[in-house]
Every structure is written in C-alpha cells, then in structure tokens.
Write a protein that binds this ligand. Structure first.
Ligand SMILES: NC(=O)c1ccc[n+]([C@@H]2O[C@H](COP(=O)([O-])OP(=O)(O)OC[C@H]3O[C@@H](n4cnc5c(N)ncnc54)[C@H](O)[C@@H]3O)[C@@H](O)[C@H]2O)c1
Length: 288
C-alpha cells in the first residue's frame, strides 16, 4: 500500500524517459548512498529522493521483500539500486551488506542510519529488560555499527556524509517510552561526538529529528518486537487528529517527503558547513 502511494507520487517522474536517462548518468556521478530501514516509510522516501538526486542506492532492511520493492522502483526509473536483507543491530550482517554495496556501486558518499522501532511506550517501572535491550540495539547500537562500517570506507577517501535518524523523542521526554527516548537521545549524542571527532577529516555527521509522520512504524515495531509489547495503535502521542492539533503548532502531521527533503539537503553540498546538527522537522512541536 505504502509503496503504491510512493509510486503514484512519483508517477510523472517514472514516465519521463529522458529524466530516467539523466538519473542513470547522475547515479554514476554522485556515487553511493546507503539507507537502512529503507523498505518502508521514511527510509523508502529517503532512498527514492537520493536516487532522484543522482546517487546509486543501497537499500537495506530486515524485510527483504520490502527492500527489493523499493530497489525495483529506483531501477524502474533508470537508477542504480541493490536490495539487501540485514538486521542493523547485527554487526556481521550489516557490515557484509554495506561492503557488498560499496563493492558493486561505491564509493560510499552518504550513509543514512534510519532503521528503528518503537518500544511499546513502556515506562521504566513496567519495561522488560529484554525489550529495553532490543530497542536500544535496533535504534542506537545500529547507528554505531552502521557508522563504524561507513567510516571504514569514508575515512580513507576523506569524504562522506553520515545522517542519523533521531526523533523529537531524541530531544524531548515525550514521543516514546523510556527505551525509545533514551535511544533517540543517544542518536543525537553519538552524532555530535562523531561530528566533533571526524569534522576535520572531511566527514560530516548530522541527525534529523522528525515529529509525527504517518508510516507503519507502530505495526512494524509490533511485528519485530513480538507479543511482549502491547498493541501500539492507540498508545503514545499523536494517535488521532485531535491529539495532533493539540501537540503540533501547524496542526497537522508531516509527510515522509518532508523528512526525505531534509536528508537530501544534509547530504548535499548546500549543507557543506553544517556539522553535528539535529535538524528538527516537526511542524513546530519541539518549539513549544
Ligand atoms: N514515523 C514517525 O513519526 C517518526 C518520528 C520520528 C522518528 N522516526 C524514525 O524514523 C525511522 C523510520 O521509521 P518509519 O516511521 O519510516 O517506520 P517504518 O516502520 O515505516 O520503517 C522502518 C523500517 O526499518 C526496518 N527495520 C526495523 N528494524 C530493523 C532492523 N533491526 N534491521 C533492519 N531494518 C529494520 C523496518 O522493517 C521498516 O522497513 C525510525 O528510526 C523511526 O524511529 C519516525
């Protein structure tokens, strides 16, 4: 369903054969961008946007069929893309997937550590330790693993941009349960540490903090974490229009394309002096 919407949104571009040829040429000139969690939602929109910008795309997701579907959309437009199944919290799986992308489509210019799961909105007193560890692994340790492997390729070339998906929950004490909020604060933190450490080596590192963006995050998180987390469809914030209006000064949810545009900007030369930034894209939620 989601992929069909993305396809429809980009239908005019799909039909533009001249544009597709142009895209193909650009793919080869801008190098490789890898996006984790790119089989769905925000990650899929980022992958499609970066392909349109002219990158070859490495699509990585736990759900292989979803990754393949997004790669096929890019290939259908004449772009270069490959799909790999990997769990971002597993350094061997993610490392092998990144290495394979670099071998076939490198050099690696952009690494987007985007994959994540919600935590069931548990508070500390009622959160199971196993859920805590899994949520920290998928949302935060994955950024360490993905960045470490990306740096292996970027440091020797003294060039690259790493963009990490945080959240308003990485800056505020709301928007998730204890583990999700801790993990997303950690994403903002590791982004700043890497920005300080690698800035002089030609690597730019930034994070993006989305607000309420309709995706299948709740459903996917539920499926990935299993029966130990409660039904998340009505838990947390911004679960209905009244809540969104009360929370977000602009009175509405954002769109996956709002986040994709922000990532596209941070990856581009237009952001060449932006380093260690947490770019909030939330309709004003954080401003309150
Ligand atoms: N949707 C929002 O409102 C919102 C707000 C703030 C931040 N975010 C963040 O944006 C990112 C993308 O979320 P989304 O809303 O697009 O959700 P989504 O569920 O649509 O996409 C997340 C993707 O990550 C994949 N994934 C999950 N765990 C994985 C793992 N261990 N290894 C590999 N892939 C894995 C899923 O299969 C899915 O395709 C997440 O980090 C999320 O925390 C989302």
């Amino acid at each position: 369903m989601e992929i069909r919407q993305l396809r429809e949104n980009q239908a005019s571009a799909l039909q533009d054969k001249a544009g597709a040829r142009r895209n193909d040429q650009q793919s080869q000139s801008l190098g490789l961008a890898i996006v984790t969690g790119a089989g769905s939602g925000i990650g899929a929109a980022i992958a499609l946007q970066l392909a349109q910008d002219g990158y070859a795309l490495g699509i990585i997701d736990l759900r292989e069929a979803a990754a393949k579907e997004v790669a096929a959309v890019i290939q259908g437009r004449g772009g270069l893309a490959s799909a790999s199944a990997a769990d971002v919290s597993n350094s061997i799986e993610l490392g092998q997937a990144i290495d394979a992308c670099v071998r076939s489509m490198g050099p690696l210019e952009v690494m987007v550590n985007n994959a994540g799961v919600l935590d069931g909105y548990f508070d500390v007193h009622d959160m199971d330790e196993t859920i805590w560890r899994r949520v920290i692994d998928v949302n935060l340790t994955s950024v360490f693993i993905g960045s470490k492997k990306a740096l292996e390729h970027m440091l020797p070339q003294s060039r690259g941009a790493i963009i990490n998906m945080a959240s308003v929950a990485g800056l505020n004490g709301t928007g998730g349960g204890a583990a999700y909020i801790a993990a997303k604060h950690g994403v903002v933190g590791i982004t700043r540490q890497m920005a300080v450490r690698y800035g002089a080596m030609g690597i730019r590192v930034n994070s993006v903090c989305p607000g309420a963006i309709p995706t299948a995050l709740r459903e996917h998180s539920q499926a990935i974490l299993g029966p130990d987390v409660p039904d998340m469809s009505h838990r947390g914030v911004a679960v209905n229009d009244d809540q969104v209006r009360a929370l977000v000064p602009m009175g509405k949810r954002g769109d996956v394309s709002d986040i994709a545009q922000a990532v596209s900007f941070l990856a581009s030369p237009a952001a060449s002096y932006i380093q260690g930034h947490a770019l909030v894209v939330d309709g004003g939620w954080r401003a309150k």
